[in-house]
Design a protein around this ligand. Structure first.
Ligand code: DC
Length: 232
């Protein structure tokens, strides 16, 4: 389905709601670019960690602020195995940003206004040609308030923790379900209550609770919405 106009699809919602799964399915079906904005905040967190600017979850904000213009994130896509890779400057960091250590510092990092400003600027440049599926927390509210289609995804903490736990265990990480649930509940709280760009549903977003939907049902539901927008 590559015909019709190229729109911007914003997918926001809580951690581990399956946003990236459906966003990638859509990008593939539509021939669109997929942008994982959570990976960008994770990459900034890794940068701060590597520099030694994270101590007991406290961030050296001044040092990070002074260096923020040196942090450039981009993505590559390997068509053969359909995998996306996150790059932090000239290093491929995909395998270093999805562990619990980064998950534990990403909310404090992503609530910093100067971090958000820098990332939003990069996100807008990446989407400047349209034909983009972007997932995150503030895409429909802040980054693209005029996006043609906005989805807000939810599911219970229990369901989300179990999904993320299964993923981490499959990767060989050594975590407990309780640790994962605690991290998700804490990130929900910080993401929703931060001052800058808090996680909230845009007025014109369509809310989908995917707790009771399987992948295919969810994909079909959203694809119908895309077709409606593309043809109008
Ligand atoms: O989607 P994720 O779990 O990989 O995102 C990691 C963190 O980044 C999440 O806890 C909140 C933050 N984030 C954000 O503040 N704004 C976005 N647009 C995307 C993610």
């Amino acid at each position: 389905m590559e015909s019709g106009k190229k729109i911007i699809i914003a997918i926001d919602g809580f951690s581990s709601c399956g946003k990236s799964t459906v966003a990638k399915q859509l990008a593939k079906e539509l021939g669109y670019t997929y942008i994982d904005t959570g990976a960008m905040y994770r990459a900034v967190s890794l940068y701060a960690l590597n520099k030694g600017w994270v101590n007991e979850n406290a961030i050296n904000e001044n040092a990070l602020k002074a260096d923020i213009s040196n942090i450039k994130i981009h993505f590559t896509y390997n068509k053969t195995d359909e995998k996306y890779f996150t790059w932090l400057n000239d290093e491929m960091v995909e395998d270093k940003i999805r562990n619990i250590e980064i998950s534990n510092i990403v909310s404090p990092v992503s609530k910093l206004a100067f971090v958000r400003e820098a990332m939003v600027q990069q996100q807008r440049i990446m989407a400047s040609h349209g034909g983009v599926v972007m997932d995150g927390r503030d895409i429909g509210t802040v980054v693209f308030p005029n996006a043609e289609l906005k989805i807000f995804m939810t599911a219970s903490v229990e369901i989300r923790a179990q999904r993320r736990f299964d993923e981490l265990i499959a990767k060989g990480d050594n975590v407990t379900l309780a640790q994962v649930a605690e991290n998700i509940a804490l990130r929900d709280h910080i993401d929703q209550t931060r001052e800058v760009a808090p996680l909230k549903k845009a007025d014109d977003a369509i809310e989908i609770d995917n707790g009771a939907l399987n992948r295919n049902e969810q994909f079909a539901m959203i694809l119908d919405l895309v077709k409606e927008r593309v043809n109008n």
